[in-house]
Design a protein around this ligand. Sequence first.
Ligand SMILES: *Cc1c(COP(=O)(O)O)cnc(C)c1O
Length: 376
Amino acid sequence: MNPKIWLSSPHMGETEQRYVQEAFATNWIAPLGPHVDGFEKDLGTYCGVDHAAALSSGTAALHLALILVGVKAGDEVLCQSMTFSASANPIVYQGAVPVFVDSERQTWNLDPEALQAAIEDRMARRGSKPAAVIAVHLYGMPAQMDRIQQICQQYEIPLIEDAAEALGSRYKNQACGSLADLSILSFNGNKIITTSGGGALLSNHEDWIRQARFLATQARDAAPHYQHSQIGYNYRMSNVLAGIGRGQMEVLDARVRFRRAHYTYYREQLGSLPGIGWQEEAPDSFSNRWLTTLTLNPALSGGITREDLRLALERDNIESRPLWKPMHLQPVFAEAPFYGAGVAEELFDQGLCLPSGSNLTQGDLERVVRIIQSLF
Ligand SMILES: *Cc1c(COP(=O)(O)O)cnc(C)c1O
């Protein structure tokens, strides 16, 4: 059996262990501490955002973002359908109702036309506008944020940026993570950098980030005893994990270079095969290429499907995965309204994520490429 090739596995640098050891040496094991402060500063500086709160996960960050913009039970929230379920679940945590919107074909992200149609139709049906919009940068590819921001401003709807997959990506020379009223990041184990588990909420509004830190530490009022006037959460990142994050920030740009080089190699080697398509970078966009993804159109490939590719890779002990299954096709969201024309569904049917970790070797990439080429 050939050694396993993973889709995207953690990749530690040289200094993470030193930061963790420092936490042990100073007994800053208890939640919060200097590494949390340092990691928050690093994130804000990197993304060009004034304030950041390090949290237990990206999901927690999205939940707090919805609370901060005032999403309440019964409200509707518009969300990109083609995404990981964590983009949408926090809507339901708030007792609100998700309304899903299709993708456009260039970036595979929120389609501005469908977004506008959805807002108009929900307002006509309900007499009130959606309480928030959630846009995602899938696989690191920036969404068409100018158009999306402009639509949200026109209707005065708060915009939340799910940049969980896009740390290190840029749009018109601004970092993903800085492109909305509130932005979230994830440091889960498979992301471009990881703290084993973690997330962050970023904003230029200091009040929001202060309130996020308050809610994330059980909403404790200023009193010597434990006193609470609001329902709180246990959503902060621990000082030990923030130490890993500080080490990972030192290698982030190198990780982006590796992942982009993997994409370039795959495209050079596989680009001429019939029926293969790619997620295209617009001229003013820079993707971290968190995952290299391709589509395979069986009408052009002689009947070869993305599932044929996936199974052939699996037989060689190589992990690959279909693209995110759109939320409006998930059993749990079967009742949710959807606006679009089947782009997300087609991408799901034809799309595959290839092994993309920054720790893959040239030999690993060659194995993946050989197997795919052998099918044609
Ligand atoms: C990973 C991810 C999240 C959730 O992040 P966690 O840290 O795993 O909670 C949210 N949205 C998207 C698009 C993701 O890929």
